[in-house]
Design a binder for this molecule. Structure first.
Ligand code: GAL
Length: 396
């Protein structure tokens, strides 16, 4: 997947900071029009003074499309973009696709009609987003994939993301580090197969868990496909797809509840008691945790997560979720806007590697991730200014 070429991030960061500072003129109050067209649009109208190229005069500079407003994760990104752009000279618009590739394409058409030069897009469905990206590329617009890769198309120029394989590795490692004894029932859950990240998360988790399944530490409790492949250290995409087909949550907390209930109903006593649960993100982790804690034959569970959503941080403080993988969205927004500004200034953005999206090697900027559990919630999320302590109860 990622061909790692270590280039100096620092260089890029200093470049970004000076551009933003340069861009801040006049205190502009983000004039946010809460009207909805194309499913959830927010317009940020900065001060009219424009210091960049004439061409974008009156038109939007940057269009931003996020998958859905129904998940706290993406509402976080919207807020972080708003924070980052609140006193910028660049005009941007944030649109949500509400889980529909048709909406996504319509959103792109709307932004194209408003004259954008840059499209930053986190696709609902990586492959289906190819049409939307092509519609932008046909107008000479630079397309930056955000967090999720746009796949099977040449119409994507850059990609900013977190190390998604490392997310899965961290989740798998957490279950291994907290495993006591052997034959521990292991319940596997995955994200949506339309999301390239879901494969990267699972690849990372499997690379750590598979040897521990093979040595008898864990027993797979809810997937015959995974059991059949338990001797395979490196799964092909199709093999991963066959497993994920049995355990996908489609990133939907309700679907996660239904799957968990079905698995617990069909599980025998030998698959109850003290269990380990691979949950792909926080939204699904909370609903799976609630479902397992409602089963009186489950005496304890260790469960993973991702995204450091506020509700899951409270679950972690309360001991109802074991960990989450923190992806500092401020960093991703900085990288995405840094690239956009560099391109608007006519320069070539720095990258740290590339991703093969099935049609080309997409130049990418990748950020690290941080494991958070009860021990370091305060250090990683409060002291870093990501959240206010007042948002939580029971925080020491
Ligand atoms: C992934 C993203 C995760 C997660 C999920 C659900 O692509 O990387 O952070 O939240 O989508 O929307």
């Amino acid at each position: 997947m990622l061909e790692v070429i270590k280039r100096s991030r620092l260089l890029m960061m200093t470049g970004l900071l000076s551009v933003v500072l340069a861009g801040c003129s006049g205190d502009t109050e983000a004039n946010v029009a809460e009207e909805t067209d194309n499913e959830g649009t927010e317009e940020v109208e900065p001060d009219a003074e424009d210091t960049t190229d004439e061409e974008s005069e009156g038109g939007l500079d940057v269009g931003i499309i996020l998958p859905t407003r129904d998940e706290p994760r993406w509402v976080q990104d919207e807020q972080r973009f708003m924070d980052a752009l609140s006193d910028s000279d660049y005009t941007t618009e944030i649109l949500f696709s509400q889980g529909s590739s048709a909406n996504e394409l319509q959103n792109v058409e709307t932004l194209v009609s408003k004259g954008i030069d840059i499209l930053i897009m986190s696709p609902h469905d990586g492959d289906a987003a190819g049409a939307a990206a092509q519609a932008a590329a046909d107008e000479g617009i630079t397309v930056i994939a955000y967090d999720r890769l746009i796949t099977s198309t040449k119409a994507v120029d850059y990609y900013v993301t977190f190390d998604s394989v490392a997310v899965g590795e961290a989740q798998g490692q957490y279950l291994v580090d907290n495993a006591e004894g052997s034959d521990i029932p292991l319940y596997l859950y995955a994200g949506a197969s339309s999301d390239n990240n879901a494969f990267l998360f699972f690849e990372g988790a499997w690379s750590v868990l598979q040897p521990k399944i093979e040595d008898g530490t864990f027993v797979i409790a809810n997937s015959s496909e995974a059991e059949a492949l338990s001797g395979t250290a490196e799964l092909t995409r199709d093999e991963m797809g066959s497993i994920m087909g049995q355990i996908t949550t489609n990133w939907d907390p309700n679907e996660a509840i239904n799957r968990a209930q079905t698995h617990l109903t069909s599980a025998g006593d030998d698959l109850k008691g003290d269990v380990a649960i691979l949950a792909p993100n926080d939204g699904t982790a909370r609903s799976i945790a609630d479902t397992f804690s409602a089963d009186s034959d489950i005496t304890s569970y260790v469960i993973t997560g991702q995204d450091a959503e506020m509700a899951s941080i409270q679950y972690i403080i309360d001991g109802k979720q074991s960990m989450t993988v923190f992806k500092d969205v401020r960093r991703l927004v900085e990288d995405a806007m840094g690239m956009a500004i560099t391109i608007l200034d006519g320069d070539t953005p720095e990258t740290t590697g590339s991703y093969d999206n099935g049609a080309k090697d997409v130049e990418a900027m990748q950020s690290e991730v941080i494991v958070v559990n009860q021990d370091n919630v305060k250090a990683e999320l409060i002291d870093s200014g990501y959240y206010e302590a007042s948002e939580f109860t029971g925080l020491d």
